[in-house]
Ligand binder design. Sequence first.
Ligand code: GDP
Length: 449
Amino acid sequence: MFDNLSDRLGNVFDKLKGRGALTESDVREAMREVRIALLEADVALPVVRRFIDAVTEKAIGSEVLKSVTPGQQVVKIVNDELVEMLGGTGEDAEPRELNLNAKPPVVIMMVGLQGSGKTTTTAKLGKLLKEKHGKKSMMASLDVNRPAAQEQLKVLGEQVDVATLPIVPGQQPVDIARRAMEAAKLQAADVLLLDTAGRLHVDEALMAEMKAISTVSAPTEVLLVVDSLTGQDAVNVAQSFTGEVPLTGVVLTRMDGDARGGAALSMRYVTGKPVKFAGTGEKLDAIEAFDPSRVAGRILGMGDVVSLVEKAAATIKEEEAEALAKKMAKGEFDLDDLRMQLKQMQNMGGLGALAGMMPGMKKAKAAMQASGMDDKVLIHMDAIIGSMTPKERKRPKLLNAKRKKRVAAGSGTQVQDVNKVLKMHQEMAKAMKQIKKMGGLKGLGALFG
Ligand code: GDP
């Protein structure tokens, strides 16, 4: 997500980097580009204005002008402002957890346009509440407009093993809500999730219905579900709902496919409510707590180091990592280690996924693609190393012309491919030594800087 905006801002900051001092006109020029980038990313105009003002004010200041690396200072200011506008982190963060402390059943009402992902998100939340919070939920669809809506929720409920309110044909939304409250109480459910009807566009009838449902069910949470791909439109939707029902938060769906990223920024500003969750796929576990610093990091193109580390932790077996760390500390790194690294890259979703997460990798990825290197290469490299003897893997220097020919034949590749692997290994070994010199993993930051 956020590729376009991050590329754009990347260009702006490239220009600032390397300058001795930041003048007011530098900042203004950079902000002009930031403004265009944000507008192109479909961020709403008032949001852009507020953002630019805040950043400009902070950037034109003695602290920045006197700084040794003005570019980095501005990046930091822009980053901090993005994080804040997205809801903040750490102690200063606005609460993004669901409020589950009310008297059960806690009612969570889902609102939004048709197709925004409301029903899917309802089922995702039912599953999440069960698995992460140990809460028993009941789900009820109040959508009587779309013929299959109630049936859809029932099917999803079966998939995630969360109870749904039995369907009574012909019943109207407010009556269904009342019946759902009764049923949830009877079944001693902790949470009642109400999936309301959507429309293609916001209209008065829809708003009246939302109001009536909200009145009878007194929801603790009213979550507005918006499709992050709809950008500016999402803002209009948010504005309409904000005036009519007491929203408590926003869920942004399709963050997995969002290339522009404007919605997250605008939504928080327009509704004044926290973005609580991000939908990241069609599967019913594809929902994440919204993380402003992660999103800001992506917008800035500084890489999503957090999720990279998390993903790595999930894939790399601990002993393997420990053994590698020991070797790295000694400055040793053989072809077996390289092979393990390649495997991990594959596990983590291949070059493409890594490129999206790591700082500076976007350019590297473009270069790799230009030279015809893709995920297939990872598989070839694995085959090449697999065709070597254990001794050769430990001591790559053993690989003379004759041995290389054998390895190439064994792996169905050419000698030049074998050479490429050896070259890559040499370079990585060199990099490992440098990391060691720079003081271990902390030094990694310097590589990315
Ligand atoms: P509703 O009309 O608002 O209830 O929307 P649905 O829940 O029926 O979702 C519409 C479509 O969007 C379905 O095909 C969902 O699988 C899909 N969808 C929902 N959330 C996400 C998401 O976070 N990512 C992706 N890629 N698809 C989603």
